[in-house]
Design a protein around this ligand. Sequence first.
Ligand SMILES: *Cc1c(COP(=O)(O)O)cnc(C)c1O
Length: 354
Amino acid sequence: MAELRPATRAVHAGRPPHEADQPLNVPITPASTFVGGGDREYARWGNPTWQAFEDGLGALEGGRALAFSSGLAAVATVLDLVGADGVVVAAQHSYNGTILQLADLEARGRLRTRLVDVTDPDAIAAACDDDTALVWLESPTNPALELIDLPAAIAAAHAVGAHVVVDNTFATPLLQRPLELGADVVVHSVTKYLAGHSDVLMGAIVTADDALFSVFKGRRDLLGAVPGVLEAYLAARGLRTLHVRLERAQANATELARRLAEHPAIAEVRYPGFGGIVSIVLAGGPLAADLLTRSTSLWVFTTSLGGVESTFERRRRWKSEPATIPDALVRLSVGIEDVEDLWADLEQALGALG
Ligand SMILES: *Cc1c(COP(=O)(O)O)cnc(C)c1O
């Protein structure tokens, strides 16, 4: 399907063949085991419903995908690549759970971590040396919304023989395809935009490198961090509308970022110019930020992001969030509602802060 455009791939990839009496969607196949002698054999090794999702995501990212039970299960599987005492260079504002996994592995002597401030364009190249096994990139970062020059960072990593992983959860393959830019591996929290309806926890790894694919497949078979079949079905269904959901969320986010920048209660707006996530820093400090997230009727106070409904939270309410994230920063996950209703709800809550 390489010649088709992304929106068409999102709708069509991973469907059954156009043959009489075939369903249009791969059905949910609950199974713990399959009749012997074939490729699947046992349910930990494969399932046709996972495969439908994997074929769809693989077609969008330009590689082969493997579904996992969560984004962090996919992250753990990739970090498992790093041999004893290898160095991982990572963006300091990578997803908090990724940073916590790196800290945990480092505390147990499994690897060494170098966290890098990616707002300095030379920092990634400066941190890479012959000990570097893996460079972990996320762009935009969560929730700082910093952008990394991916081709430059990938070149710097490859120059020292390191593998490059990009967490593509925020951009999605419709806005950024890291494998085409030379990255070795893409990871996703499918939980967010790919599934897109706040009802699924799932993750994925994608690579175009057959040797790496076999390693990851082997690790998934062995460790068993596999998704449920209902989750895989919902995620495959979510992929079908990713392009229209993202288009609307992005249009709403662009407009809200513009209006928020002019509001006196807001000290700073961070919007990278694409995607559906906007971070704002409240002029009134963390108390004003907390009050805002309790004063709306449409916007839901919750963690997580990427659903059709608009949600937000003050990130520093989590003790593990780094101190380099402003205390009064609220991350908005802009949904696909009518932007005027979203703005009216936000504006009344901002006005009430006084
Ligand atoms: C949520 C998230 C993860 C972790 O995914 P889970 O599905 O929650 O395990 C990883 N990376 C990013 C960027 C995320 O937003």
